[in-house]
Design a protein around this ligand. Structure first.
Ligand SMILES: Cc1cc2nc3c(=O)[nH]c(=O)nc-3n(C[C@H](O)[C@H](O)[C@H](O)COP(=O)(O)OP(=O)(O)OC[C@H]3O[C@@H](n4cnc5c(N)ncnc54)[C@H](O)[C@@H]3O)c2cc1C
Length: 346
């Protein structure tokens, strides 16, 4: 087995999160199976340090403890089918391509932030970034900033920008449903969200956004923000002009910067030669790319949160073993587990 990672260090996408993000600001981060052996848990991890540092450190200790060998940094450029049916994994960072009967793509989404095609995007003279490029609200102090997106990242940006002396304006495509933060309600909605993700993945459709199903729990922090009048949602603007955005009623609102916080897609560009494209949707059943024998997608759709480390990843590990042994694709399932994974508390 070979594990390749284009990042310089442990932590996956977490090592790139912005400095102000703390554990618990977004959702819950689940422990990796076996983390208790090290005497560490995210349940009691520090909330006063940047989440990126804590997660990177805990994962580094995990890799060290279990002696997991990861080759870094190695960026996979493409995965193609060879004539003999095996998969060819190519990277400029490798002396020679690797071949494998099975490839597990656990590539996450950080490299593929969503940015919609809005007319005039190339005309706008201000700053435009996506969530992945956001570093600090201080970069926007004194500026009028359009924050676009209806999820927890966008709301977090609104709060940080307001506190840093910027003037955020919040744009969303659809009205946002705020929910009283109630655990039972959250779990039900989380299950429903996972079910819809699973349904879309099995049908090979583009994955729906999580927030469109679950709504946003009104945590004390978000309630405070709403009470400050900072979550007055504006309907998505229709186009950009050089110095601002044209709103749906036709008037132009001047902004200095736009932060596109519209979530992410699976970062599947290296798998294009196998006919896999996250924008079209990929047919994925229990972590197997149904139409691409040997390709497993870990962390895709219903598995897209840290809880997948406990459930989806374990199943994929078992199925890889079965596939390598008998070559049956997709690997036969002992029983239908379906959408039992829950990302509610993720
Ligand atoms: C702002 C934000 C907050 C979030 N908060 C939470 C939360 O609180 N709880 C939670 O459970 N989830 C959260 N998530 C979801 C998050 O995606 C997961 O927590 C977790 O990072 C997913 O793990 P992963 O291993 O699937 O992907 P990632 O953490 O993205 O790791 C993917 C790895 O694959 C590597 N890689 C990608 N492409 C290549 C390539 N071509 N070649 C080589 N290596 C490659 C990357 O370098 C990276 O190391 C959040 C997401 C965002 C955007």
């Amino acid at each position: 087995m070979t594990v390749l990672d284009r990042d310089p260090s442990t932590g996956g996408a977490w090592q790139h999160r912005w400095e102000a993000l703390r554990l618990g600001d977004a959702h819950r981060v689940h422990d990796l199976p076996g983390m208790d052996e090290l005497g560490i848990t995210f349940e009691t991890a520090p909330r006063d340090r940047p989440a990126r540092d804590v997660v990177a450190e805990y994962y580094r200790r995990f890799e060290d403890h279990f002696r997991i060998q990861v080759r870094r940094p190695v960026e996979v450029a493409s995965v193609r089918r060879q004539r003999d049916g095996r998969l060819l994994v190519d990277s400029e960072d490798l002396a020679a391509p690797l071949t494998a009967k099975a490839v597990v793509a656990a590539v996450g989404t950080w490299g593929a932030p969503r940015q919609p095609e809005v007319p005039g995007t190339d005309l706008f003279r201000g700053v435009q970034i996506t969530t992945a490029a956001y570093r600090s609200a201080a970069d926007f102090a004194g500026l009028r900033v359009a924050v676009v997106g209806g999820g927890t990242s966008a709301i977090g940006f609104v709060r940080e920008l307001a506190d840093a002396g910027a003037a955020p304006l919040w744009f969303t495509r659809k009205p946002v449903r705020f929910l009283e933060a109630d655990a039972t309600l959250g779990e039900d909605l989380g299950r429903e969200s996972v079910r819809l993700q699973d349904e879309a993945a099995r049908a090979g459709q583009e994955l729906p956004s999580i927030v469109s199903t679950t709504g946003i729990p009104l945590t004390p922090r978000i309630r405070k923000l709403r009470d400050r009048g900072l979550l007055e949602r504006r309907p998505m603007f229709v186009r950009l002009v050089t110095d601002g955005v044209v709103e749906q009623d036709g008037h132009t609102t001047v902004v200095d910067a736009i932060i596109w916080a519209m979530g992410f897609r699976a970062d599947l560009a290296p798998f294009a030669a196998l006919g896999v494209d996250a924008r079209d949707g990929v047919e994925v059943d229990r972590g197997c790319a149904v139409r691409v024998p040997g390709l497993f997608l870990a962390g895709y759709g219903p598995q897209a949160s840290t809880v997948s480390a406990n459930r989806g990843a374990r199943r994929i590990a078992r199925d890889v073993g079965a596939y390598l042994t008998d070559g049956q694709w997709p690997p036969p399932q002992p029983r239908r587990v379906g959408a039992s994974e829950s990302i509610t508390r993720a």
